[in-house]
Design a protein around this ligand. Sequence first.
Ligand SMILES: C=CC1=C(C)/C(=C/C2=NC(=C3\c4[nH]c(Cc5[nH]c(C=O)c(C)c5CC)c(C)c4C(=O)[C@@H]3C(=O)OC)/[C@@H](CCC(=O)O)[C@@H]2C)NC1=O
Length: 275
Amino acid sequence: SASSTSSSPLDFPYVSPPHRNLMVDLISTVETRLGSQLLPCTLPPDVQSFQNQSGNTHGCLHIRSGHKSSPIDFIFGSWLHSELPTGEALNITSLSAYLSPSTDAPNFLMEVIQSSPTLLILILDLPPRKDLVLHPEYLQTFYEDTKLDTRRQLLDKIPEVKPYYSSSLYLRSVVSPTAITVRIEADAGGPGRLEEIIKYHLDPIAKVVLGTWLDQCACVKREVGETQRAHLQNRDKLIKSKSIEIDLEPNFPRLFGRQTADRVLGSIQQVFFKM
Ligand SMILES: C=CC1=C(C)/C(=C/C2=NC(=C3\c4[nH]c(Cc5[nH]c(C=O)c(C)c5CC)c(C)c4C(=O)[C@@H]3C(=O)OC)/[C@@H](CCC(=O)O)[C@@H]2C)NC1=O
């Protein structure tokens, strides 16, 4: 149906063209590949797009749940723009996909946080959904055989790329051994340098990681026993609530005011926990 292939209204208006093109390309790749398995976004319009009283902070959120028969739990894309008192702007763009307990394959996570024209943080990973020490075959299948670490090593070669350590030890524990968590400071090369790194390095690498997730995680049948499924359900629930707690709860009330933050977080929880 038309709704299954509708391009999402996420137009990422506040970021540079290479950054916008990357996000739009990734979302259209997901919608093309998985659109037939996804329900349309059912968030209220004032949650799909929201802003603070003074209108200097805007957010846009698009979440599509998978059909009951689909291994996709939901996929969300979002952008957040906040003008800082210094005149600079904070831009956060994200694309995440959560799989349902019918499969134990990894999820997909990408967050790009830009806090100045020359400083960008990239989190790009397939977060594991099973303990890698207890399940070495899981490490082999999703992280060794897919050669994901070569992408991380490629990025490492760029002089402006440095490791990024989230202030949250919990989030550091959630990502995979091949996770890309970097900060890119490109002030030396002038304003165009950061756009160049996004266009020629982040773009192709993000597309390979998403392609790996689509081919090896979202579209592959995995056998999950009853007890394993219950364990997965619990683990997924914990990660979802911790992500909201760490990502959103510290910032949303401050950025949007209590009323808007409560409305948006309430809607997110309804979709995340199928309430
Ligand atoms: C599962 C593994 C995860 C990892 C590894 C992870 C990483 C990080 N996210 C951060 C943030 C972040 N993300 C989003 C998008 C978003 N998140 C959710 C969650 O359900 C929804 C529903 C949406 C769409 C609305 C916003 C709005 C936002 C912030 O404001 C916050 C940030 O940038 O502050 C500067 C950072 C916080 C910790 C830190 O400062 O180090 C850190 C980099 N977040 C994970 O979930």
